[in-house]
Design a protein around this ligand. Structure first.
Ligand code: GAR
Length: 210
């Protein structure tokens, strides 16, 4: 099976969507560990209840970003994953960490990148008055939220949307999109070439709309 480690910081709804899709669709996936930088992340609790292996590395226990990332990388590598999936992991990773997992490190971001990198994406989408918003799954590179895009899902912004209603619609699309990408990964359909370009094999389309 395809070995994955999932990194989380909080609620963990994307992690749950990945675990549940893998099980429902009988994907050849083994979730080797769920790792968090927050000891009290609800995501860890849920993962433990599913019998998944978990670990937490509180980032405050480390003197520098480099030391934290080194410890995190060692913990991840102990599980020998094919892929490391960031699912609401809210720490910026050092260049060294990102290089160590080149081509294996994937993130989900709550906007249609390159629009709205960073935080508060739903507020900013509403303020900008865009008609479409959504989410992006991409390979992680040292430049935050700028890595090669694997797939995107677009959702409409409705006239009466507020931050919460828009966030909820995008979150549902995140769950579907990340599960779709996981399924492609297990089928070996996603690759990153030497120039940093993503190739998808036998995949009709890399964007979806609700
Ligand atoms: C998700 O919306 C995810 O896209 C976002 O945090 C949320 C985590 O929710 N990630 C980022 O903003 C990464 N910079 P979850 O814990 O329920 O999956």
């Amino acid at each position: 099976p395809c070995r994955v480690v999932i990194l989380v910081s909080g609620r963990g709804s994307n992690m749950q969507a990945l675990v549940q899709a893998a099980s429902r669709q009988a994907m050849p996936v083994q979730v080797c560990a769920v790792i968090s930088n927050q000891m009290d992340a609800p995501a860890l609790q849920w993962a433990r209840e599913q019998g998944l292996r978990t670990a937490s590395l509180p980032h405050r226990n480390y003197q520098s970003r480099e030391q934290f990332d080194e410890a995190l990388a060692n913990e991840i590598e102990a599980h020998e994953p094919d892929y490391v999936l960031l699912a609401g992991f809210m720490r910026v990773l050092t260049d060294g960490f990102v290089r160590r997992f080149h081509g294996r490190l994937i993130n989900i971001h709550p906007s249609l990148l390159p629009a709205f990198p960073g935080l508060n994406t739903h507020r900013r989408a509403l303020d900008a008055g865009v008609a479409w918003h959504g989410c992006t799954v991409h390979f992680v590179t040292p430049e935050v939220d700028e890595g090669p895009i694997i797939a995107q899902w677009a959702v409409p912004v409705l006239a009466n949307d507020n931050e919460e209603t828009l966030a909820m619609r995008v979150l549902q699309s995140e769950h579907r999109l990340y599960a779709q990408v996981l399924s492609w990964l297990t089928q070996g359909r996603v690759s990153l070439d030497a120039l940093g370009k993503v190739y998808l094999t036998d995949v009709g389309c890399r964007s979806f709309a609700s």
